[in-house]
Design a protein around this ligand. Structure first.
Ligand SMILES: [Mg+2]
Length: 254
């Protein structure tokens, strides 16, 4: 079996804690090797903006740029050369949906800002049309998570997107999983030829068999990610970051 689509998160999945380490050499070797015979598209699905991702790819001297990117966990762009071209129809609707959502729930966001943001470990930041939270300690994260869940308990349309210390708010229909689904529909590819890898809570929406039949996570993954990938029949790599992802690709696609 050959993959048609490889979708990876970026931070913690291709990168490791060490900013000076080369970026996932085994991953790029695998991708460039398989592309000599097969057409394989690479999607990066990240919480970063395009500018942030581009800077990181350049900083790490990535030998290849992705073909598609999902930025801020909900916008889709096609990459041509080293430039991103917005998938206009998706992004326009995404924008309208979020403007309406944050307009309807302004009071709820204010409550989060006031009641969760007053905690000493929590910093409230402006974040793609709304507010986001950055929480310092693991105790602070657990506390903020509990409070946010309580405030949003009757608002199923608001999704809390968690990634390490970051809390972002989004419409429940927009996440890495639905964005990957849209890229698959544009490429006319299904889960049976899709590989997906991620390490953190914001990757859970795409680490499902509905999105890809080849799922993987590096050894440094969040415990909920490890548990879900295992449950979904995916591969738990022994190595961290991009080394682990190369290990998973070799496991699935000899
Ligand atoms: Mg990550």
């Amino acid at each position: 079996m050959k993959p048609g689509l490889v979708c990876t998160d970026f931070d913690g999945t291709l990168t490791t804690e060490d900013p000076t380490a080369p970026l996932a050499p085994g991953f790029f070797d695998w991708l460039q090797g398989v592309r000599q015979k097969n057409n394989v598209s690479w999607v990066v699905a990240t919480g970063r903006s395009w500018e942030g991702l581009r800077e990181a790819l350049l900083h790490h001297q990535a030998p290849v740029f992705p073909d598609w990117i999902v930025t801020v966990e909900r916008e889709i762009h096609r990459v041509e050369g080293k430039e991103a071209r917005s998938v206009e129809k998706w992004n326009r609707t995404c924008n309208e949906v979020h403007e309406a959502l944050f307009g309807r729930h302004g009071a709820i966001l204010e409550r989060i800002e006031k009641e969760v943001g007053c905690h000493e470990d929590v910093t409230v930041i402006p974040d793609v049309g709304a507010i986001g939270l950055v929480v310092e300690s693991s105790d602070g994260i657990a506390h903020a998570e509990k409070m946010v869940r309580e405030i949003l308990k009757d608002r199923p349309e608001i999704l809390t997107v968690r990634n390490g210390p970051y809390f972002r708010f989004a419409h429940a229909d927009y996440h890495k999983g639905s964005c990957l689904g849209h890229v698959q529909s544009l490429l006319d590819l299904g889960p049976e030829t899709t590989f997906v890898a991620g390490d953190n809570l914001n990757d859970l929406s795409m680490l499902t068999r509905r999105c890809g039949h080849y799922l993987a996570c590096p050894s440094n993954s969040h415990e909920e990610v490890l548990a879900q990938v295992k449950r979904e029949g995916g591969y738990l790599a022994r190595a961290p970051g991009g080394i682990g992802i190369a290990e998973a690709l070799h496991y699935f696609f000899q």
